[in-house]
Design a protein around this ligand. Sequence first.
Ligand SMILES: CC(=O)N[C@H]1[C@@H](OP(=O)(O)OP(=O)(O)OC[C@H]2O[C@@H](n3ccc(=O)[nH]c3=O)[C@H](O)[C@@H]2O)O[C@H](CO)[C@@H](O)[C@@H]1O
Ligand SMILES: C=C(OP(=O)(O)O)C(=O)O
Length: 417
Amino acid sequence: MSRLIVEGGTPIQGEIWVQGAKNSVLPILAATLLCEGPSVLHNCPRLSDVDAAVQILEYLGCQVKRAGDTLTVLPDTACRYDIPDDLMREMRSSIVFLGAIIARCQKAAISYPGGCELGPRPIDLHLQALRKLGTEIVEEHGFLDCQSHGRLRGAKIVLSFPSVGATENIMLAACTAKGTTEIINAAREPEIVDLADFLTKCGAKIKGAGEGTIEITGVEEIHGAEHHVIPDRIAAATYLSCAAITGGDLTLRGCSPDQMKSVLPLFEEAGCRLDYEGENIHIWGTVPLKPLKLVRTMPYPGFPTDAQAPLMAMTTLAKGATIFVENIFENRYKHAYELMRMGADIKIEGRVAVVEGVDALHGAQVCATDLRGGAALITAALAAQGETVITGVHHIDRGYETIEKILTAVGARVKRE
Ligand SMILES: CC(=O)N[C@H]1[C@@H](OP(=O)(O)OP(=O)(O)OC[C@H]2O[C@@H](n3ccc(=O)[nH]c3=O)[C@H](O)[C@@H]2O)O[C@H](CO)[C@@H](O)[C@@H]1O
Ligand SMILES: C=C(OP(=O)(O)O)C(=O)O
């Protein structure tokens, strides 16, 4: 089991190329399963979640080749329709293979997905939608036995919550269904738009991605395509938090400021100076930071829950109190208890956390209990006095490409043991 050793107190200085978005590449890899012919995906980050998606594709009979950040997927015509339990448990996104497998094989046999433990993460919206599209699903002892008896049929699906994963699963299932599917109250995240862009290049007919209603007109088959995955807005927000808390001077290259409109103003509110030029963001941190009035996580275009933890770490050293309200997941403050070991002053009451800035954090032994919580510990450790030892690094490796190398290249003192 590896651990990260962080020696705090050095401002982040230099430039970072932002990796491709984990939450885009995973559903796009699932989409390649639907394609007749190869797909070539650029800007694929090296992450354990991407490795898990590749393993699922290979298990299902596809050939996958990596060259640098490019993955080429060649689907197999034979139709394996199950995913072993250990691969399903590797990550949450394994569930988006369900829509693609049913569309391709007209049946599927899988178990429940894994992923970060952030409170209950049911898949009821996914299953209700797939049933509406004509799938019979028997749920027994954590396993799902699915049959569609022929091509799926388009339907009108009203989501009670704009679930990202459910929207993706419906899009994947509906592309080759008979007739038209309408998703009402669809998720509007940039990753949904990226998936729609890829599928459209493959010949799918999708209107409205990025809006509350998505319309998909089923086609008989789709072909492969070449696609460049969008930049990871959460990794970008994390590196901005690292620069802000250390009073650094950082340029992020290859990012999409347009997709970060709910996040970037918070760094300005904290007293940082930001400059944008095309796909670059430059941040100058000024310590001590100012507190933020209120950070409320919401579905896109609201503030993303995935950026809550790194921004919370940033506010632990602000001059005053910041209030966080976590509206997406019931239990997404585990990192706060680890930050407290480093001297942070945080009070939690249900969905609300109040962070009272302290003058200094100190190094400690802490454990990453989930992906973004781990990123928060690194953020705090970079500004803490002394050495922080972070365990649970496998969570961080799910979503951040060689984080210790990236941070070392901009002056941080981080090593992996
Ligand atoms: C791989 C991926 O893209 N993960 C992202 C995706 O997760 P994921 O797709 O799992 O998130 P959802 O948008 O589905 O979940 C949001 C909320 O809806 C609830 N819900 C969801 C589905 C369902 O069938 N029933 C139900 O009740 C969840 O428990 C949660 O409270 O969006 C989340 C919200 O932006 C992000 O934090 C995750 O990083
Ligand atoms: C929660 C996350 O991922 P997942 O949905 O895969 O657990 C995340 O990316 O922060």
